[in-house]
Design a protein around this ligand. Structure first.
Ligand code: DGP
Ligand code: DGP
Length: 120
């Protein structure tokens, strides 16, 4: 089932961080289709390699975090986009927060990421 992984990449993978100007989240949330049918409330983009993200599903890059989740052994540079409120319909307006965090994800049975849960 590749769909979950490809969806994860669309929603959460951006490496290197795209140079789209000042309003990174506004541009990226639209570009990745996360503004439809309504503005997604919170979404995190990971600025790390696919190999390093996939490794979180294995013992070399992650460990069990309960409830079927995995937490990375090392922090990733991430940008979390938060909907500013107001209309939930596009055009969506977001705040940007870039930081270095441990990512918590769910992996499928093929060892591929399928869900971004949180970052610490
Ligand atoms: P924060 O305030 O940055 O710790 O995050 C707010 C909440 O949003 C927290 O419960 C984690 C969650 N969150 C952050 N990014 C994503 C995402 O991409 N998808 C989902 N489902 N939740 C996210
Ligand atoms: P999210 O990263 O939360 O925006 O979700 C991405 C996709 O993964 C979406 O199609 C819903 C699916 N998904 C959400 N939570 C889980 C989970 O715990 N396990 C699996 N396998 N898929 C999930």
């Amino acid at each position: 089932n590749l769909k979950g992984y490809t969806t994860f990449l669309t929603q959460h993978y951006d490496n290197p961080k795209s140079s789209v100007g000042k309003q990174y989240c506004d541009v990226m949330m639209k570009r990745r289709g996360l503004d439809k049918p309504a503005c997604k409330e919170v979404n995190t983009f990971i600025h790390g390699t696919k190999n390093n993200i996939i490794a979180v599903c294995t013992a070399s890059g992650g460990k069990d975090y309960g409830k079927g989740l995995r937490i990375s052994l090392r922090p990733f540079t991430v940008t979390t986009c938060k909907h500013k409120g107001g209309s939930t319909r596009p055009p969506c307006k977001y705040s940007d927060n870039k930081s270095s965090r441990y990512i918590v994800i769910a992996c499928n049975q093929d060892g591929k990421p399928v869900h971004f849960d949180e970052s610490l």
